[in-house]
Design a protein around this ligand. Sequence first.
Ligand code: PLP
Length: 268
Amino acid sequence: MYGYAVSRLFAVNDAPTRTRLDTVTVPVDADGPRLEVLAGSGARVVVTTPAHQFPSGIAYTAERRAGLLDWARAVDGLVIEDDYDGDFRYDRAPVGALQGLGPDRVAYTGSVSKSLAPGLRLGWLVVPERLAGEVAARKRTLDLGNPALDQAALAYFIGCGAYDRHLRRCQRAYRERRDTLVAALLERFPGAVVTGIAAGLHVIVRLPPGYGPQPRFLAGAAAAGVVLRPLSDFGTAPAGDGSVRLVLGYAHLPPAEIERAVRLLPAG
Ligand SMILES: Cc1ncc(COP(=O)(O)O)c(C=O)c1O
């Protein structure tokens, strides 16, 4: 069995279904995945996002990270660490990969989808040594390899230092966009609560109950030309009090556009 320590990993979550793997969803609290649920699930492989959980935006605590490794050792299992946006942390240096703490129990995955372009389909996978041969063989069977020219171009881009410069430029721009979004939200919706660490490309915001119920708020925003995704789209139950909880991406919009979009949201 395969466990997902995410409420919804939309990008890859239908892969197990398509490959007919038996999966179970593991809930996440403020510290990380609920390890007792994982342990009780019978799973021996978990796909998880320790550096920045999607969608909640939390980073797993050191205890929960250690607990994941203990679980993997106890069940002779594997943690698949999905480091999907680890290049972007705005308040401190990124936390080290879980893989570094347990290279024999963790398969680390990352890609340039968030840092360059998802259409490139280039990424990396660091697996425990005992699995390397089989993983390489299966990858070859699946697709006969990724485009060599794209890989060579990326290798050059990294090797000459341009990728690092690009990341630093993005880091500055995205931090400014995040700060702009958070400030605009707090001004337009006094009492709003933004949660999740300062990282990645999205924030979670909860508006005070007075701005709900959520369906009416979303309809009002859509009528004003702003399409929003509520947190409930990502496998999280709607708030009991009807308050509006949103997943907002900011990386693709310049600050002035972000401010304009927030001003268009219904605040009456
Ligand atoms: C949590 C998470 N994991 C993985 C991915 C997919 O990344 P890739 O394009 O590298 O397959 C995404 C894409 O948005 C994501 O949000």
